[in-house]
Design a protein around this ligand. Structure first.
Ligand code: ACM
Ligand code: ZN
Length: 567
């Protein structure tokens, strides 16, 4: 026994004497990695930045260096022999290479995204405290490693709904920070809804004066209730631009959504003349799908939409603008009431003038007409549309991209018809679903069951007709917030499921491995702790918001004191 203790102590001493790299637990797992014995010390290391790097790439490297200095508590120096960031035009825009040997680390990329991802991989290979904001004692070494990495899909999205519940600019930036850590590159911002319009439009000020505020919110999950508390908020155009710029510096494109012609009750409340009945309307105070939508028979809606979209294009430089298109005729909140488009004389006249015959297809063809006119307007300004998969019903015009949410069928059908598609099926990619089956221990989800392993198991090419794979631009998860009112809850729903999403988006199908991924989560949990983010430990059998394992006692006490989460 004594001899074993002595042996263990010696082994421990030896280990302490030589700084040890942590296990290689990078998420998403890089495409090509060779780790060898040895480690390179980066405390106070020399940093060399190729002057050929563009401004934003230099800024990304600067953020890495500053995180390193904060976490190690030691300033870096400039010069060779430490970490060198080098422009390599032979690499693709999202590709990067890292080589760490005894004589230093060389990081190569050709553009901003490559440098951002290289820096995130460097950070994940270091102790998790690099994601924190304080000096930490740790082995500040990188493993000797050779990495050549690039993503599987060009569209790696995460969605956020600030309409059902509002998220501040700072909260939104934190969301972008965690997307950056896992190499996502598209932020789908769902900015308009029945329950609130969230974006300043100067030509239509009532959208935010009136449409951004609702007279109360459903209490817990009782759809018949209303807490009577005025609720809302919106982003000024300066704030929207600030988020666009913040995202762009991290290689993320913000794709704004103006959901039309449905999900428009907040806009109708502000401008009732745009609806079939003329109102009055009230910013929706309940969940579910409203029946009132824009009147397709009224040309004023196109003046309105073109005015709104002109400002949207000015704020958001993205190639794609999301125009929604979902749930125009599935209004479930007013049983017995006909769809306004079925009884509106103006919509009937429009159908007649378009030669649309009565029947089950009629409303879809009328929706097509609206989609088409908006698409033509955006195309004329050099933009493309994305629509939820309902836009496929009828005759969708060339050049549209379909976001497949009602399962995978929409994406498969779109690809077969020659449209590009983004896969975001409810069956895998709805992060407002519960993570465990023990719902009484979980914070609210909208319903369903979406455990981490199920998310991870998604293969975006399953079911596709061979030869149509190139139409799948990528994958996205959606986070709707009817039942999510606090950042802690939002983070709980997001993480670690977004980490699983990142491997679907980034890793080749044969590189995915749930066991390896699951083991790597240990490091991710430390990272998230260092970033001060909440996350679910359902995958470890610790269910619910209250488990909070890694908080300090003080933080835990503060957290518990304000724990009236409303469920
Ligand atoms: C959706 O979830 N209504 C796109
Ligand atoms: Zn109408």
């Amino acid at each position: 026994m004594k001899r074993i203790t002595l042996f263990l102590s010696l082994a421990l001493l030896a280990a302490c004497a030589k700084p040890q790299p942590q296990a290689f637990q990078v998420i998403p797992m890089p495409a090509d990695v060779t780790v060898s014995d040895g480690a390179f010390n980066v405390k106070g290391v020399a940093i060399a930045v190729d002057p050929a790097l563009d401004k934003l790439s230099q800024k990304a490297v600067g953020r890495f260096v500053s995180a390193l200095e904060t976490a190690t508590g030691v300033k870096t120096k400039s010069g060779e022999g430490g970490i060198s960031f080098v422009l390599n035009p032979n690499l693709a825009a999202e590709q990067y290479a890292i080589n760490v040997k005894a004589d230093g680390a060389v990081v190569e990329a050709s553009a901003l995204n490559g440098f951002v991802y290289a820096c995130e991989t460097l950070k994940q290979m270091l102790p998790a405290a690099i994601y924190g904001s304080a000096k930490a004692k740790a082995d500040w070494v990188l493993p000797y490693v050779s990495i050549l990495d690039q993503p599987r899909f060009s569209y790696r999205g995460m969605h956020l709904d600030p309409c059902r519940h509002f998220w501040t600019i700072e909260e939104t930036k934190r969301y972008l920070d965690v997307m950056t850590a896992y190499k996502l590159n598209r932020f789908h911002w769902h900015l308009t809804e029945d329950q609130g319009w969230r974006m300043e439009i100067k030509a239509y000020p009532r959208l935010t004066e009136v449409g951004a505020w609702r007279n109360g919110t459903v209490i817990k999950k009782d759809w018949g209730s209303n807490d009577g508390i005025r609720y809302g908020g919106f982003y000024t155009q300066d704030e929207l631009r600030e988020v666009v710029a913040y995202a762009a510096e991290r290689g993320i494109t913000v794709i704004p959504e103006v959901d039309l012609p449905g999900h428009m009750v907040a806009a109708l409340t502000a401008y009732p003349e745009l609806g079939c009945t003329g109102g009055p309307y009230e910013v929706w105070t309940r969940w579910g799908v409203a029946k009132d939508i824009l009147c397709a028979g009224n040309d004023r809606i196109f003046t309105f939409l073109e005015g709104v979209l002109t400002e949207v294009m000015d704020i958001f430089p993205s190639e794609y603008i999301h125009i929604g298109g979902d749930e125009c005729f599935s209004g479930d909140a007013e049983p017995g009431r006909p769809d306004p488009w079925d009884v509106c004389p103006k919509c009937a006249a429009r159908m007649r003038s378009l030669g649309i015959k009565k029947g089950p297809e009629a409303k879809h063809l009328l929706q097509n007409y609206v989609t088409d006119r908006v698409q033509a307007f955006l195309n004329a300004h050099g933009r493309k549309i994305i629509g939820w998969d309902e836009v496929l019903e009828g005759n969708l015009s060339e050049g549209a991209t379909v976001m497949s949410w009602r399962g995978v069928a929409g994406g498969i059908k779109a690809a077969e018809k020659g449209f590009d598609a983004i896969m975001t099926p409810t069956s895998y990619m709805y992060f407002d679903f519960y993570q465990s089956q023990e719902r009484d221990k979980e914070p609210f989800g909208i319903g369903g069951h979406q455990p981490l392993e199920n998310v991870y198991s998604y293969e975006p090419f399953d079911g596709l007709k061979p030869g149509t794979e190139d139409h799948i631009l990528g994958v996205q998860a959606n986070l709707w917030t009817e039942y999510i009112a606090t950042p802690e809850h939002l983070e709980y729903m997001l993480l670690p499921r977004m980490c699983a999403l990142s491997e679907i988006q980034w890793c080749a199908a044969d590189k995915k491995d749930y066991e390896r991924f699951n083991a790597s989560l240990e490091h991710t949990f430390q990272m998230l702790d260092a970033m001060g983010l909440n996350y679910s430990l359902d995958c470890r059998g610790l269910i619910g918001l209250d488990r909070q394992p890694a908080r300090t006692t003080e933080e835990l006490e503060e957290y518990l004191a304000k724990k009236d989460w409303g469920w």
